[in-house]
Design a protein around this ligand. Structure first.
Ligand code: XMP
Length: 328
C-alpha cells in the first residue's frame, strides 16, 4: 500500500482557482468516503489551516462536523468574533464556542518563565478540548489542519508533529486530514476558492501561545489588553499603508517593566510598547524591513494616546540572529 503521507511526485502545485476547485471536488468525495455517515470533531483556531479544513468538511458533511473554538484569552482583537461570524453565521457550521479566558489567565497568573507559560497554555488547551469532546457522544473522527511541511518536519525530527498527539488516549479518534499533502500557499488558494475571507486566508503567522508570549513575564489582564489594543492599531495602520502581505510578520510586545513619562502635565509610570516587524522565508533567520518614518510616528501617536497604560513606543531593529522573532 502506498504511504498516504507522501505527496505523489506527479501532484501538480495548486496555484489557481481551477486547480483549487478540482482539489475541493476530489476531497469532498474522499471525505465522504472516509467518514460515511459519521461525525467529525475539529479544534477551530481561526488560523488558515484549521479554517480551510473546516470549510472543506462543511462542504462535504455539513452539520456532521462539530467545530470547537476555544478562546484562551490570548487571541488578537476581533478573532473570536470573526470565527463565529464566518463559521456559525455565514457557513452555518455546528460551532461550540468555549470561553476559557478566566481559566487560562488564572492558571498563568504569576508565571514568569516563557517555556512554563507555553507548557501551561498547551496543556490547558488539550484539557479544555478533551472536556468538550467528552460531552459529545458518537464522534469517531478528529479533523486536523495538518499541512505537508508539518509531515516533512516531523519525519525529519525537526519538531514534534504539533497537530498530532497530545489528546488523552481514551479519546481514540480516527484522523481526518484533508490538506495534509498541501503546502501553505496551496492551502491559501484553496481557502479563497472555498469563499473564506481574504483576511483569514492571508493572515500572518500567529504563535499557538498567542499574545501570551508578547506580554512578557507574568501576564496581567491590563498589560495583556495593552498588547491586544496596540497590536490592533499596528495591524490597522500596516493595512492602510499597504504593508499587510508585504511584511511577513508584525506585532507588538509589552514588556513587564515601566518607565517615566509625562501626560497632561503629570508624571506617569507606564509600559512601553515594542513594535516588531520582520521578513523571512522560513522563520529560521529574519531581517527587519525599512519602514516609513512618518508611519512609525503616526503609529506611536496613536498607541500612546489610545492604549491605556502606555507612555512610550520603541521599534525593535534587531535581525534574527541575534534576536528571535518573538520576545519570549
Ligand atoms: P522565534 O521567536 O522562534 O519565532 O524566532 C519563529 C516563528 O515561530 C513563531 N513562534 C511560535 N509558534 N508556538 C507556535 O506555534 C510557539 O510557541 C511559538 N514561538 C514562536 C513566531 O511567531 C515566528 O513566526
Amino acid at each position: 500500500m502506498s504511504d498516504t503521507n507522501v505527496r505523489p511526485v506527479d501532484m501538480q502545485r495548486i496555484t489557481g482557482k481551477e486547480q483549487a476547485e478540482q482539489f475541493i471536488e476530489s476531497q469532498i468525495e474522499a471525505l465522504r468516503n472516509q467518514i460515511g455517515d459519521g461525525k467529525v470533531l475539529l479544534a477551530l483556531s481561526g488560523g488558515v489551516d484549521s479554517s480551510v479544513t473546516a470549510a472543506l468538511l462543511i462542504k462535504a458533511i455539513g452539520s456532521r462536523l462539530v467545530c470547537v473554538h476555544v478562546n484562551h484569552g490570548l487571541l488578537r482583537k476581533g478573532e473570536p468574533e470573526q470565527v463565529i461570524k464566518v463559521f456559525r453565521d455565514q457557513m452555518k457550521a455546528e460551532l461550540i464556542y468555549v470561553d476559557a479566558v478566566d481559566r487560562f489567565l488564572d492558571k498563568l497568573a504569576g508565571v514568569k518563565d516563557p517555556e512554563q507559560k507555553r507548557h501551561i497554555i498547551g496543556k490547558e488547551f488539550i484539557d479544555v478540548f478533551a472536556e468538550e469532546a467528552a460531552k459529545l457522544s458518537g464522534i469517531k473522527f478528529l479533523a486536523q489542519g495538518t499541512i505537508y511541511p508539518d509531515i516533512l518536519e516531523s519525519k525529519d525530527g525537526i519538531k514534534a508533529h504539533h497537530n498530532v498527539g497530545g489528546l488523552p488516549p481514551e479519546l481514540s479518534f480516527e484522523l481526518v486530514e484533508p490538506v495534509k499533502l498541501l503546502y501553505k500557499d496551496e492551502v491559501r488558494v484553496v481557502g479563497e476558492a472555498l469563499g473564506l475571507p481574504r483576511g483569514m486566508v492571508y493572515r500572518q503567522p500567529f504563535p499557538g501561545p498567542g499574545l501570551g508570549v508578547r506580554c512578557t513575564g507574568a501576564i496581567t489582564r491590563d498589560r495583556l489588553e495593552a498588547v491586544r489594543e496596540s497590536d490592533a492599531i499596528l495591524r490597522e495602520e500596516f493595512e492602510k499603508a499597504g504593508l499587510a502581505g508585504k511584511v511577513w510578520q508584525y506585532f507588538t510586545t509589552v514588556p513587564d517593566y515601566r518607565s517615566t513619562g509625562i501626560k497632561d502635565g503629570k508624571r506617569t509610570w507606564e509600559w512601553p510598547v515594542i513594535i516588531r516587524a520582520v521578513n523571512t522565508r522560513d522563520a529560521v533567520t529574519a531581517t527587519v524591513p525599512e519602514l516609513p518614518f512618518n508611519l512609525l510616528q503616526h503609529i506611536t501617536a496613536r498607541i500612546t494616546s489610545e492604549v491605556k497604560g502606555v507612555n512610550r513606543v520603541l521599534w525593535d531593529l534587531t535581525p534574527k540572529p541575534t534576536a528571535t522573532i518573538e520576545w519570549e
